[in-house]
Design a protein around this ligand. Structure first.
Ligand SMILES: Cc1ncc(COP(=O)(O)O)c(C=O)c1O
Length: 417
């Protein structure tokens, strides 16, 4: 008789899954060559490895320009700042995402306005109650869609809407390196794309970030801003534009060049094949619902495979119990990656419900009143995340994941008792 591992049965899987990050001789050589070159930092620009990487990354993502910088958060914030968004402006962000997608708006002095997520993709909802359309006001200046997990925001709709309303669009691509929507790379649809190279991401140098844009003038402004406001690459005196110091090191850029080739040629094909395999295996399982794959996701990618555990169909067994049981079967997964941002402890509020230390918003906004039901359901009782590195092994690894999910779903009675 089959017994769940959490109740003492034999786990479906005893072997570990592939770990992250992954590297080899190419990365060692790239770092050694940079060390020996003595050119270690991002100053003076143009730094050679960063320049090469920017061009390779921009070309693959169908963007005219790419600029490397310190982190994904830097990328989001600089994009908003350079687009001229500031005090009094509203930027629409999805409720279900990492804190940085909303804190970047506060960091430029503007106001994040939360839109709910589309229950079929968990990406920002475009129409209907709580959607982009619904929360747009005459103070809206921008939209910040996030390509979450493995699904892409509906960039076709967002591009049209932004053009009609004259809005800035910053695509948060921290989960979607290499992806393409409707034949064009992510990050090339909006005014800016923002990428993160933080250590858990699909493409990593430990830390780092990058901005894409098709607008040469905006790209130059980003370069000034991240280089202490210097107006030209070699300009050491004329700090004529306000700026911060967010340059990427040459070690990061050299590592990213090797990792990018590894991602495109070796990792992405295996990862996406295995994610498809899991998707097919789960499609008939009762009590599990899959997120929709849009035909316009023409080059798929993604930081995680997410599916829905339908708590309502399994009365008495919570998402948390399901996750614990799946982990006990040897499958690394999580049900608590993000909370709705307005409920997150990294989004602290003062006693008027305004974000802490944002005095100009006191009395203007009250985030205690915000309610995005789809995001709350996803985070509270539904979403199951399996991270990308787990899909980098053999097909059998993915079949083990599918077997484990099937085992837990078909033996939920054991958890109930
Ligand atoms: C969706 C999303 N946006 C932005 C970021 C910020 O990236 P970074 O950690 O490089 O600042 C992250 C990082 O976790 C993220 O997941």
């Amino acid at each position: 008789m089959t017994v769940l591992a959490i109740n003492g049965g034999t786990p479906v899987r005893n072997k570990p899954f592939p770990s992250w990050p992954q590297w080899g001789n190419a990365e060692k050589k790239a770092l050694g060559t940079t060390l020996d070159s003595g050119y270690w930092g991002g100053y003076p620009p143009p730094s050679p490895q960063a320049c090469e990487f920017e061009q390779e990354f921009a070309a693959y993502h169908d963007s005219n320009h790419a600029v490397v910088l310190g982190s994904g958060t830097d990328a989001l914030m600089v994009a908003l700042r350079v687009a001229g968004i500031g005090y009094g402006d509203e930027v629409i962000v999805p409720a279900l995402t990492f804190i940085a997608s909303a804190s970047c708006v506060l960091l430029v002095g503007a106001t994040p306005v939360f839109a709910d997520v589309d229950p079929t993709t968990y990406c920002i909802k475009t129409t209907g109650p709580g959607s982009i359309e619904d929360v747009t006001t005459n103070r809206t200046r921008g939209i910040l869609p996030v390509h979450l997990g493995s699904r892409m925001a509906n960039m076709s709709w967002i591009e049209d809407f932004a053009a009609k309303k004259d809005l800035v669009v910053v695509e948060d691509c921290a989960h979607m390196h290499g992806g393409a929507w409707n034949g064009k790379g992510v990050g090339s649809h909006g005014t800016f794309g923002a990428f993160s190279f933080q250590s858990s991401k699909l493409l990593t140098a430990g830390e780092g970030g990058l901005v894409t844009t098709n607008d040469a003038e905006l790209a130059e402004k980003v370069r000034y801003f991240i280089n202490s406001g210097r107006l030209g690459p070699q300009d050491t005196r004329q700090h004529q534009s306000l700026g911060w110091s967010m340059r990427m090191t040459e070690f990061q850029a050299a590592l990213l060049r090797s990792q990018f080739r590894r991602m495109i040629n070796a990792q992405a094909p295996i990862r996406e094949h295995n994610k498809d395999l899991l998707h097919t295996r789960l499609s008939d399982l009762d009590g599990i619902e899959l997120l929709k794959i849009d035909k316009r996701e023409t080059r798929r990618s993604g930081y995680a495979y997410i599916f829905k555990y339908l708590e309502s169909m399994h009365a008495g067994v919570s998402l948390h119990q399901f996750i614990q049981a799946l982990c006990a079967e040897g499958i690394p997964c999580s049900g608590s990656v993000y909370e709705p941002v307005y409920r997150c402890e990294l989004f602290p509020l003062d006693d008027t419900g305004a974000p802490l230390y944002q005095k100009h918003l006191s009395g203007e906004v009250d985030y205690r009143d915000i309610h995005c039901p789809e995001a709350e359901r996803a985070a509270g009782s539904e979403n199951v995340w399996i991270f990308h590195e787990v899909f980098l092994g053999a097909e059998q690894d993915t079949l083990d994941i599918a077997d484990a999910i099937e085992k837990v779903v078909t033996h939920l009675d054991e958890l109930r008792s």
